[in-house]
Design a binder for this molecule. Structure first.
Ligand SMILES: [Zn+2]
Length: 304
């Protein structure tokens, strides 16, 4: 994604320095097998994140991207979800594929999204652990614990630009394709997850891209979970990210994204599993569950 308004630094306790990370890091998970707890489990999400990163860079159209699709499909099917691949090509000819997951073929009012491609030309073996894999890991663990046929998941290709920086015409290929493909069958709500697994992260939703309606839901969820308002805050600008095509099409969108401006890891080899922690994934999963609950209960009360 690209930051649009680089005008303020957020003092929100998101120190990502190694020293700070070491001093406050939760224990790494001892278990290396998925567990069947009734609630969202951050260690399960951590295992998924590590398994995805172990595939290496997941460039669009690459064998590793295909392996990632198969990994996601295997688990989604185990958890009772149907899946559908939507293949397309970027204007430069690169093959891309969005993966949808749903429990009902009836259009769902709530769409959860993340991107699963990794940026090219970073470094051999670039893990892109937070920028991509963390969102997929949270959605996959949510899929295990979520049996609501009003929710659809989509794992998007082509979020990253081919050029160094994203532009109006380079990047967001998967989300633009999906919005166009749906026509007038758009969801009512979308929650996009991006960079949601870093240690000591600070989720900072972009105020310019967030309606009062979705901000109020976000603020209510932060209060309901008792989360720190310093670590779950707002970014005083906008982002180019996978929420935008949906937002511009009229969907109520919320982009759950960590502050990354000025970080020393974003789009570098330091975005690896050493930055990821189960507790952070757990918080992001719990936040998403809370938002799902709020939105769907509101939708139910709106029903005639
Ligand atoms: Zn990125």
């Amino acid at each position: 994604m690209r930051r649009l308004l680089p005008f303020l630094f957020l003092f929100c306790g998101c120190d990502d320095s190694p020293q700070n990370a070491e001093s406050t890091a939760p224990q790494q998970p001892a278990a290396r097998e998925l567990v069947s707890t009734p609630e969202f489990n951050g260690e399960n999400a951590y295992i998924h994140c590590a398994a995805i990163c172990a595939l290496g860079p997941r460039y669009s159209g690459s064998p590793a991207y295909e392996q990632q699709l198969q990994y996601l499909e295997k688990h989604l099917h185990q958890y009772g979800w149907q899946t559908e691949r939507n293949s397309f090509s970027a204007p430069n000819g690169v093959k891309m594929c969005n993966l949808r997951a749903f429990r009902s073929t009836t259009p769902c009012p709530l769409l959860l999204s993340c991107h699963i491609d990794t940026k090219v030309n970073i470094a051999p073996g670039f893990e892109s652990a937070d920028d991509g894999a963390s969102g997929a890991a949270v959605l996959l663990e949510l899929a295990r614990t979520l049996c609501d046929d009003r929710v659809e998941l989509i794992f998007l290709d082509g979020e990253e630009a081919f050029a160094r920086n994203m532009s109006e015409t380079d990047g967001l290929y998967g989300s633009k394709h999906d919005v166009a493909r749906r026509g007038d069958q758009l969801p009512r709500w979308q929650i996009n997850l991006d960079m949601v697994g870093g240690r000591n992260k600070c989720i900072a939703i972009p105020v310019l891209d967030t309606s009062d309606y979705m901000y109020n839901h976000y603020a209510a969820a932060v209060r309901a979970l008792g989360y720190s308002e310093a670590s779950w805050t707002v970014w005083p600008g906008g982002y180019m990210d996978d929420h935008l095509p949906y937002l511009e099409a009229g969907v109520e969108s919320l982009n759950l994204i960590a502050a990354f401006s000025g970080s020393n890891w974003w789009h570098t080899p330091r975005d690896n599993m050493k930055r990821i922690c189960p507790h952070s994934l757990h918080e992001s999963g719990s936040m998403t569950r809370q938002l799902i609950s709020q939105l769907l209960s509101e939708g139910a009360s709106d029903a005639p």
